[in-house]
Design a protein around this ligand. Structure first.
Ligand SMILES: Nc1ncnc2c1ncn2[C@@H]1O[C@H](COP(=O)(O)OP(=O)(O)OP(=O)(O)O)[C@@H](O)[C@H]1O
Length: 249
């Protein structure tokens, strides 16, 4: 089976500082890949390159069999390449339901334009109610985003990304600041929504990454140090020296 996302030879510098160097990585449909490494290793920069928020100096990004390097972020998202941000980008005064409807209408408008405005509206409204039900947040649908608890806001960020019906979801520290139980709940929502969605998960919570990911990629100083199963990565001497060892101390 060919990979859904193929990154090859990605390089990126900011001025004289080389932040990414020769990064090659593939992600398959339905796979959950953890992306870990020390602060400043280049994880978020790689997300920015993959989703089109930054242009790489070298290398190529292919999604669903086609190069996407020249596409802006919105067009990549329309193809199913969707991300979340470390800092949520929500409208605090809108209700949860209104926020989700905005994202769902964007998606329905792209995919179902030929059906007409009424059908798009019905389709997106149904999608919103489904997301609210799946996440257990249905009773909070009418609350302003700003009035949700921190944990609920993190779930709301995730639901806005899911409303775009991603084929690949890049999650940048979605579990930061959450309890273990809240983090488990959040990741469970993605899997329940659609088991075929591929996930790339940046997280500093090593237990979450090792428990939830099929494979783990370890970055260090802008390079990919190792990619492998959780067991292989955990036992790898270079990974322990660069990252995991310091966490165990
Ligand atoms: N726009 C920018 N201009 C200059 N330097 C940048 C820019 N964005 C990131 N960097 C630098 O690139 C390096 C990698 O940063 P990046 O945020 O990708 O790392 P990270 O692995 O995601 O770190 P963290 O785990 O702390 O989020 C850091 O040294 C950072 O200071």
């Amino acid at each position: 089976m060919s990979a859904l996302l193929e990154i090859s030879g990605i390089g990126k510098s900011f001025g004289a500082v080389r932040v990414l160097s020769g990064i090659s990585l593939a992600v398959s449909e339905g796979e959950t890949l953890g992306l870990i490494g020390p602060n400043g290793a280049g994880k978020t920069t790689l997300f920015n390159v993959v989703t089109g928020f930054l242009r790489a100096d070298a290398g190529q990004v292919r999604f669903a069999g086609a190069p996407v390097d020249r596409l802006p972020p919105a067009e990549r998202a329309a193809r199913g390449l969707v991300r979340t941000f470390q800092k949520a980008m929500v409208f605090p005064a809108l209700s949860l339901r209104e926020s989700l409807a905005m994202a769902a209408r964007q998606r329905a408008g792209q995919g179902l334009r030929w059906l007409g405005a009424r059908a798009c509206h019905q389709e997106s409204a149904a999608r919103v109610e489904r997301l609210l039900a799946e996440s257990g947040l249905a009773r909070h649908g009418g609350e302003r985003m700003a009035d949700l608890s921190y944990g609920e806001q993190r779930i709301a960020d995730l639901l806005m990304a899911l409303a775009l019906e991603p084929r690949l979801l890049l999650l940048d520290e979605p579990t930061a600041g959450l309890s273990q139980a809240e983090a488990e709940r959040l990741l469970g929502i993605v899997r329940r929504h659609d088991a075929r969605t591929a996930i790339v998960l940046i997280a500093h919570d090593i237990d979450i990454v090792f428990n939830h990911c099929d494979r783990i990629a370890v970055m260090h100083l802008g390079q990919l140090l190792r990619t492998g199963t959780p067991q292989a990565v955990r036992q790898d001497a270079a990974v322990r020296a660069a990252y995991l060892g310091s966490l165990a101390d």
